[in-house]
Design a binder for this molecule. Structure first.
Ligand code: PAF
Length: 276
């Protein structure tokens, strides 16, 4: 695997390759490796980027302490058969004078994560658009774990004619159901034990849906589980349309349960198809 840090080296290394691309913020886990594996199956050349993007962190969020271990990551990626790792410094992507942004607007970015993390999606779409322009992939791979991010990126790619396929890859979970996330390392042992409550809430909603209950009944079942997680402050739990993320009152195919909230040391999110 070749590692490059500058835009110039990246351009040179990429000439005329058919690329599958996995953008990441590093501190890789099995969820990222599932994206790489899928990219390997579907493309002759796989590029991974590791960049902790300052633009998508709000004031008071965890940009400074976000876990980083590029050496371990590079080893994992080489073992996974990645062809090229792009590992830029912030000054490479945001040189002095940088002042252009890519922003999806409207309810898709305003609700859920957008309401709790103002500016977050603008940071994500700006960096992802830049990376797409640099890497020029045929396909790009994103985890369903960040389901709203996936929907926002699909919107951007369609609206701006990026001409690439966005592939969503199912969430990888720990044995007790907790969705893998680089931020799980922040959890205290006690909160780690409680943290699969998000998954259990989604399962409870899905059980109600499968037993013929209404959307409101499924939401109530999920909320009952979430209220019992000690030390957890809920930001939202809702059942939404899988494409527009509009909150539902009646079931639609693929309806998605979405949940987020905080333990004192970390904010967690999760989601699941709950219907049918
Ligand atoms: O999902 C992530 O890790 C990030 O939001 C992404 C897509 C790499 C953009 O920084």
């Amino acid at each position: 695997m070749q590692t490059v840090r500058s835009v110039a080296e990246l351009e040179q290394a990429l000439s005329n390759q058919t690329v599958g691309f996995v953008p990441t913020m590093g501190y890789l886990h099995r969820g990222h490796l599932a994206l790489v594996e899928r990219a390997r199956q579907e493309n002759p050349f796989v590029v991974v980027s590791i960049f902790v993007n300052p633009l998508q962190f709000g004031p008071g969020e965890d940009f400074e302490r976000y876990p980083r271990d590029p050496e371990r990551d590079a080893k994992l990626l080489a073992e996974a058969g990645v062809d090229l790792l792009f590992l830029p410094e912030a000054s490479e992507l945001y040189p002095e004078g940088f002042s252009s942004y890519v922003e999806v607007t409207g309810p898709l970015v305003e609700r859920f994560e957008g309401a709790f993390r103002p500016g977050h999606f603008r940071g994500v779409t700006t960096v992802v658009a830049k990376l797409f322009n640099l890497v020029r992939p045929c396909r790009a791979y994103f985890g369903e774990k960040d389901y709203q991010q996936l929907a926002v990126i699909r919107r951007m790619v369609a609206d701006l004619h990026f001409g690439l396929e966005v592939v969503g890859v199912p969430t990888v979970r720990e044995a007790d159901g907790l969705a893998l996330s680089s931020r799980n390392v922040y959890l205290t042992p006690e909160h780690r034990r409680q943290a699969n409550g998000l998954y259990r809430a989604l399962l409870a909603a899905r059980s109600v849906a499968r037993a013929g209950g209404s959307v409101a009944e499924a939401e109530a079942a999920g909320l009952r589980v979430l209220r019992e997680i000690r030390d957890f402050r809920l930001d939202y739990f809702a059942i939404a349309d899988p494409k527009t993320l509009e909150p539902l009152t009646d079931w639609v195919e693929g309806a998605r349960g979405l949940v987020a909230g905080r333990f004192p040391e970390v904010r967690l999110i999760d989601n699941m198809e709950v219907y049918p």
